[in-house]
Design a protein around this ligand. Structure first.
Ligand SMILES: Cc1cc2nc3c(=O)[nH]c(=O)nc-3n(C[C@H](O)[C@H](O)[C@H](O)COP(=O)(O)OP(=O)(O)OC[C@H]3O[C@@H](n4cnc5c(N)ncnc54)[C@H](O)[C@@H]3O)c2cc1C
Length: 452
């Protein structure tokens, strides 16, 4: 199927006019690839990347929504899934069978292809790494239509290992991912035991997060970015064993039923989110949480996907959209977390969604985002005065300390910042050239980032 559309990233601050191909099968996809011109095509999943990585203005995107079959191998605790299937569809099958995904981002509306291409991370990065660390194999169609089976370890063909790690986190630029095989986690219940604690300032919150890493599989903190001390709420969780369920939940221990609570209206006036409305929201959100609570039982939806509770919540930023600024810095530069928050507060950037998380070790992915340290993600309306200038100054400080910006969230970093922070870029470009000799795969994001 061929369609013509205006498409957006989740931040809705950039759009592209694209032809959208939705091939029915591999043969049809191969034809599209073989007929594609220079810099004319990029794969697109569910468009949950915030910036301009899944679009290519005046050219084409290819959707794998017809590639959605999968198998669960219960002997080896492994799933093999076609790239177009969403995490939500997978979860609705594997959770009732007693399995959970090895890594999940903060929304279940991502495809397997998008999760591999962005090498997504979740609340358990400090223990389980990113999605790439849990992959056994991927199948890739390169820029000539040839199929590659790529694994993270391959003694017989080390060059394939390089292609694997160039594709994991490679943002769709090495080819079209057709299928992925990855491990899944056995669970005896679909519930999470959650400990929650409020902190009155960012230092005590960060100290507690370092300790929480050693104790919990999942941990994440919300930060009140408008509060003078950057107070926050830390939530830590573990999968709950079936034997610990209350009587009513024990009747359906592997329930997976998540319903969105509401849908955001189509039109929101720009400016609705300002320093005052967000301050009020943040105050209420902080107070909503107890000072300290142990062992609350939450569903998968409550713990992993609270934002999915409101359909199209991105619309609340109005027509100009928003930027999610997500960066990571190594532990030695932890001071940049509060410095960033300070600088953004100074320009009155109102954020109700500010998330702090610790990362464990990096993987060999050439363009994978996570490195050990701290990652901060902060949503900011695009129309804030001086936002770009301030973020550009912050970019420089982050990069000078060995940090980097997440490509799946980015829509604005400069080629210089990108090159300096993703230091294996030249090696990655060489592998991309091998896989895509006619350079058909390109995105608006990489047109911007490679222009140097
Ligand atoms: C509410 C929300 C919370 C989020 N939380 C997190 C989080 O906690 N951690 C995290 O890591 N990310 C998070 N994200 C970002 C999201 O996980 C990534 O952007 C993910 O890549 C989106 O998947 P998608 O299927 O929508 O891909 P798209 O957004 O459509 O595409 C993303 C990239 O993947 C490429 N791609 C997609 N399919 C294929 C394919 N078949 N072959 C090759 N390349 C392909 C595209 O070209 C593009 O470069 C969040 C996003 C939202 C909206």
């Amino acid at each position: 199927m061929i369609d013509s559309k205006k498409i957006y990233g989740w931040g809705r601050n950039k759009f592209a006019d694209c032809t959208v191909f939705t091939p029915l099968n591999e043969e049809k996809l191969k034809k599209i690839v073989r007929n594609a011109d220079y810099k004319s095509l990029i794969a697109r999943g569910l468009g949950r990347s915030y910036g301009d990585s899944a679009q290519l203005d005046k050219k084409s995107v290819v959707s794998l929504s017809n590639f959605n079959s999968f198998q669960l191998d219960t002997d080896n605790h492994v799933v093999t899934a076609e790239a177009g299937i969403s995490f939500d569809e997978l979860l609705s099958f594997i959770v009732p069978k007693g399995y959970f995904l090895p890594v999940s981002p903060g929304t279940r509306f991502v495809t397997v292809g998008g999760a591999v291409a962005s090498d997504v991370h979740g609340k358990n990065h400090h223990i389980n790494g990113s999605f790439g660390q849990n992959l056994k194999q991927i199948i890739l169609m390169d820029g000539t239509g040839e199929i590659h089976k790529l694994r993270p370890f391959d003694d017989l063909n080390p060059h394939n290992v390089k292609k694997f790690w160039a594709t994991v986190g490679g943002m769709g630029l090495t080819g079209i991912i057709l299928e992925a095989t990855f491990s899944v986690i056995p669970i005896s219940s679909s519930y999470i035991k959650v400990d929650t604690k409020r902190f009155l300032d960012i230092d005590s919150l960060m100290n507690a997060m370092v300790k929480a890493d050693k104790k919990y599989k999942y941990s994440v903190a919300w930060v009140d970015s408008l509060n003078k001390n950057f107070r926050g709420v830390l939530s830590c969780g573990e999968h709950l064993d079936k034997s610990q369920l209350t009587k009513d939940l024990a009747e359906k221990p592997l329930d997976y039923s998540i319903k969105a609570l509401a849908t955001a209206p189509k039109f929101f006036p720009s400016g609705l989110l300002n320093k005052f409305t967000v301050k009020t929201f943040n105050e209420a959100w902080f107070r909503k949480h107890p000072k300290l609570r142990y062992g609350e039982i939450q569903s998968i939806g409550q713990f992993f996907y609270p934002l999915d509770g409101i359909n199209n919540w991105n619309r609340i930023y109005g027509s100009e959209g928003f930027i999610q600024y997500q960066f990571v810095v190594p532990d030695k530069a932890s001071y940049l977390i509060s410095k960033t928050l300070e600088k953004l507060r100074k320009i009155s950037a109102p954020s109700f969604l500010t998330v702090l998380k610790r990362f464990g070790k990096n993987n060999p992915g050439y363009l994978s985002f996570p490195i050990a340290g701290w990652t901060l993600a902060i949503d900011i309306p695009s129309n804030i005065k001086n936002l770009n200038q301030e973020l550009s100054k912050l970019d420089k400080e982050i990069v000078s300390e060995g940090g980097r910006i997440y490509l799946a969230k980015d829509s604005r970093q400069s080629p210089e910042i990108f090159r300096e922070s993703y230091q294996m870029l030249d090696d990655w470009i060489e592998i991309k050239r091998g896989l895509d000799p006619y350079e058909i795969f390109m995105s608006d994001s990489f047109l911007r980032l490679l222009r140097i």
